[in-house]
Design a protein around this ligand. Structure first.
Ligand SMILES: [Zn+2]
Length: 68
């Protein structure tokens, strides 16, 4: 498993936040990011509700799975 820590250089990702749940895209700060085969797994924090969660992105299908 490869794990890269993000320092103060913030990276952001647009998510359909399941906590805000308003059908809009929310900006989330990427806390951690790792790649495993055809998946990207990111730990993110929603800028609007401050919830932290995990997003798995399947690169081939383009499917995103949220775990908040
Ligand atoms: Zn949110």
């Amino acid at each position: 498993m490869e794990l890269s820590e993000q320092g103060s250089d913030s990276e952001f990702y647009e998510i359909d936040c399941p906590v805000c749940d308003d059908g809009k895209k929310h900006k989330a700060k990427i806390l951690r990011k790792m790649e495993r085969g055809n998946r990207i797994i990111m730990e993110v924090e929603c800028e609007d509700c401050s919830s932290k969660g995990i997003i798995q992105i399947f690169k081939i299908a383009g499917v995103e799975i949220y775990d908040f």
